[in-house]
Design a binder for this molecule. Structure first.
Ligand code: SAH
Length: 232
């Protein structure tokens, strides 16, 4: 099968490129796509650049041009749930856009007509992730991830997002990938490892823990990938 592995920043896919070692590089849509052959399966790796628009473009490109059949996102996120600590892993049960706001017209936050507030991850991929976590003794949390084009480093904003969306973690790409994958009918999964707590110290913590947390997430993703292709 053909599987897409997507991150937002180069640090989020570097552990994947090290893992697959040999790959071909294809330049397209102002980006680079790394194609690896993995035990007879095709793996397409890329980092989108930060934010919802870049992530949507890269996810759509992976699906339409590279014909991926499943999309696995790996990266780091800020914790909203106080039970999530630096380096912990979370799989998104569903993803929503916290900065999408046409509430002036009586709609809920995160909603536009013909869209949904929350986009759910593929059930079988989420179950697979939980099974892999159990087998590897990894404590994999599950919860709603809120996405927006803002780095959140503010307790008040964080509390608002927690209340408005019942979110456990926050980042800047997941929900846009979810919308694209859902619309183009490709199963997807978003895994994140915590880099900061989205409060006052978030910028400092992010710089400190980006690489280690990104690696935790990427390596866990390769374990999921192994099980996924073994099933195909
Ligand atoms: N330091 C980077 C910017 C990082 S933006 C630079 O200067 O280029 C934060 C990235 O990590 C985004 O891709 C986002 O998905 C994720 N992220 C981690 N913590 C976050 C937080 N507290 N709020 C929003 N996104 C966060």
């Amino acid at each position: 099968m053909t599987v897409g592995l997507l991150g937002a920043m180069v640090e989020e896919i570097e552990p994947l490129l090290e893992y697959f070692k040999n790959y071909e590089v294809i330049k397209y849509a102002d980006n680079e796509f790394y194609l690896a052959d993995y035990n007879g399966h095709k793996i397409v790796i890329a980092y989108s650049k930060i934010g919802k628009v870049h992530a949507a473009l890269t996810a759509a490109t992976m699906i339409e041009k590279f014909k991926i059949e499943a999309l696995l996102f790996s990266g780091v996120a800020g914790a909203i749930d106080e039970n999530l600590h630096i380096g912990d892993l979370i799989v998104a049960s569903a993803l929503c856009q916290h900065d999408l706001d046409i509430t002036a017209f009586g709609h809920p936050y995160g909603y536009v007509p013909e869209g949904k507030v929350c986009y759910e991850s593929d059930d079988s991929l989420r179950e697979l992730a939980q099974r892999v976590a159990k087998e590897n003794n990894v404590d994999l949390k599950e919860g709603i991830i809120a996405t927006g084009d803002q780095f959140i480093a503010d307790e008040k904003k964080k509390e608002w997002i927690k209340k408005a969306f019942n979110a456990s973690a926050i980042e800047m790409e997941g929900a846009s990938v979810a919308v694209v994958a859902h619309s183009l009918k490709v199963p997807f999964l978003v895994i994140r490892s915590i880099s900061d707590a989205a409060g006052m110290d978030a910028g400092f913590d992010f710089d400190e823990f980006l690489k280690t947390s990104a690696k935790v997430s990427a390596l866990f993703l390769t374990d999921i990938l192994d099980k996924l292709i073994a099933k195909s």
